[in-house]
Design a protein around this ligand. Structure first.
Ligand code: F6R
Length: 256
């Protein structure tokens, strides 16, 4: 894992946006794996800025989102379909046919999930996957004890996740109980992964992800097994790391 501790959220978001848009510059038909939640919002804003100012085109880019709530309308303001349109897709020149977000109401869940996996394969696999980390260590909606080899499927959301996401729905009762999510095995097949976290609230789980054992109890810890992961975090999210100074020293001496 490359652990990049940057000054604040702005620097982290700029770094991630640059990595993604640099990839799109060098590979205009790149396949991007995208996340929702509070963490990537500023990264998307910066990608939009780079698209406008530097004319980086998303015309041939394909995208696959990690997850979607199950059972709500895709037009619901808190659906991940709505989130992605609001923060990114409506603001760049992406072809809507190249956009994939798991369905919130598939007729047959198992068939849909197999189809989603196959679409990722047909696209040639994900070049770069952007992730946030849940307060309980989830990636996508792979909650603690998810199989580390799991594929796209429906999951029950934990009380912790539903509480954390209550702000989107008003009350916890309104937060869906289920979601369709890429599996951990699916995520691990991405060629590169960026995982971001900000703030002291994420400090302990970030420590467990980087310095703890690989365990299904902290799904993000499996990223220790991936050959190309960049953990991009601010000082607050890094505050519980035992080897913080070491990661900074490695970053300062990274090869060009
Ligand atoms: C979102 C997703 C989740 C979030 C995680 C962190 O598509 O898959 O794993 O990345 O819950 O959420 P925020 O960024 O809101 O703290």
């Amino acid at each position: 894992m490359d652990v990049f501790i940057l000054k604040n959220e702005d620097e982290c978001s700029e770094y991630a946006a640059r990595m993604i848009t640099d990839l799109v510059k060098s590979k205009p038909n790149a396949v991007l794996g995208l996340a929702t939640g509070r963490t990537p919002i500023d990264t998307y804003a910066r990608m939009v800025r780079i698209h406008n100012e530097e004319h980086v085109s998303f015309k041939d880019v394909k995208t696959f989102n990690l997850d979607e709530y199950y059972g709500i309308d895709e037009s619901h303001p808190s659906s991940y379909h709505s989130f992605m349109q609001k923060h990114l897709f409506s603001k760049v020149d992406i072809n809507q046919e190249n956009v994939h977000v798991p369905s919130s109401k598939p007729q047959n869940v198992a068939e849909f999930c197999a189809w989603y996996e196959n679409e990722i394969k047909k696209a040639g696999g994900i070049d770069i996957q952007l992730l946030g980390i849940g307060g309980n260590g989830h990636i996508g909606f792979n909650e603690p004890t998810s199989s580390l080899a799991s594929r796209t499927r429906i999951k029950v959301l934990t009380e912790k996740t539903r509480t954390d996401n209550t702000f989107d729905f008003g009350t916890i009762e309104k937060v869906p109980m289920h979601a369709i999510t890429m599996g951990i095995g699916t995520i691990m097949e991405s060629r590169q992964i960026i995982i971001m976290a900000f703030g002291t609230k994420k400090a302990d789980i970030v420590r467990q992800m980087i310095e703890g054992p690989v365990t299904a109890l902290v799904p993000a810890s499996v990223l220790q097994m991936h050959p190309s992961v960049k953990v991009i975090i601010d000082e607050d999210a890094a505050s519980a790391l035992e080897r913080k100074e070491y990661y900074k020293w490695v970053f300062d001496n990274r090869p060009n």
